[in-house]
Design a protein around this ligand. Structure first.
Ligand SMILES: [Zn+2]
Length: 305
């Protein structure tokens, strides 16, 4: 993990390496040949989890196409050696040494290629499961484009996987303290930086300023984009920012969204984690990476995931 003054360089769920071979998604001959090839690897997914082995290192477990359930299959990509990777929904088979795991558990532990594959397949599974019917006419839609489109047989409309952009921002004050807040449903020892969904007709920078103002009543300036990662839990794209605020404006937490909010120096954050008042976030979230970039190092007592 790199901690620098520049953009975020390591984001757990933004590490995919496979070529998505999007041009092959409508090439039925290529798709059929790939599915007939026993070297093709199929990643089964069920309720956001796939099979993982932990020895010697965390890695996804694939099955050949003839062991995948009949039904939907989604082209995820192809490796440099030409190996095709598909995802498919279905029950996870019992395989010795393999255990079901989701992104929260293994997203930061898997290697780059596997992390990208699991992120992709989990996102597709949720979208297919929750978008079976045409939003125009209500007819049941069909999978097209190797799993990346759903098409309505009645009116021909095409529907693409939905991704909800959300901004997340590390706000610093004139003393280079960061603002951490607790959401209403969170455990007493959990704090994070502010975040919120982008609204229709709004730029990312406007969303950052609006959310900070709504949640704690602060004006911000110097909104700066630092990186993004997919967050298919269930269907977001997290866009990370820093923003600055000038001193002298008291925090006014919105009681609907924020239980409490406070400024922390590096020493105060270290002490709060050491005393158990705040649990350090795991490396998976973009929030943790933004905090570490400011902190200048790994946080104390950081969990593995
Ligand atoms: Zn329709």
């Amino acid at each position: 993990m790199n901690v620098t003054d520049g953009p975020l360089e390591w984001l757990a769920l933004a590490r995919g390496t496979l070529d998505r071979v999007a041009l092959n998604r409508r090439d039925e001959a290529w798709l059929d040949a790939a599915w007939a090839n026993p070297e093709t690897r199929v990643l089964l997914v069920q309720d956001g989890r796939s099979l993982v082995t932990y020895e010697p290192d965390p890695a996804l477990v694939f099955v050949p196409p003839d062991q995948a359930p009949d039904g939907e299959r989604w082209l995820l990509g192809a490796g440099e050696d030409g190996t095709a990777y598909f995802g498919a929904p279905g029950p996870l088979p019992a395989i010795e040494g393999a255990h079901p795991a989701g992104l929260r558990r293994v997203g930061a532990l898997l290697g780059d290629q596997d992390s990208g594959l699991l992120t992709h397949v989990v996102a597709l599974e949720h979208w297919h499961r929750t978008n079976r019917f045409c939003p125009r006419c209500g007819a049941e839609t069909r999978v097209a484009s190797a799993g990346h489109v759903r098409q309505c047989p009645e009116d021909g409309s095409q529907h693409f996987p939905r991704v909800d952009p959300a901004v997340i921002m590390l706000v610093t004050d004139e003393a280079d303290r960061i603002l951490l807040a607790r959401g209403p449903q969170w455990p007493a020892d959990r704090r994070s930086i502010l975040a919120g969904f982008v609204e229709p007709g709004e730029s990312l920078e406007q969303a950052v300023a609006r959310e900070v103002n709504e949640e704690v009543g602060l004006p911000v300036r110097d909104v700066r984009y630092l990186g993004s990662q997919p967050w298919p839990l269930p269907q977001s794209l997290m866009l990370g920012f820093t923003a600055k605020t000038d001193g002298g404006v008291p925090l006014r937490p919105d009681p609907e969204e924020i239980l409490d909010a406070a400024w922390y120096t590096r020493d105060e954050l270290t002490a709060a984690i050491d005393k158990g008042e705040i649990v350090a976030p795991g490396p998976l979230s973009i929030a943790a990476q933004l905090i570490m970039r400011w902190y200048g190092d790994q946080l104390p007592k950081m969990p593995m995931f």
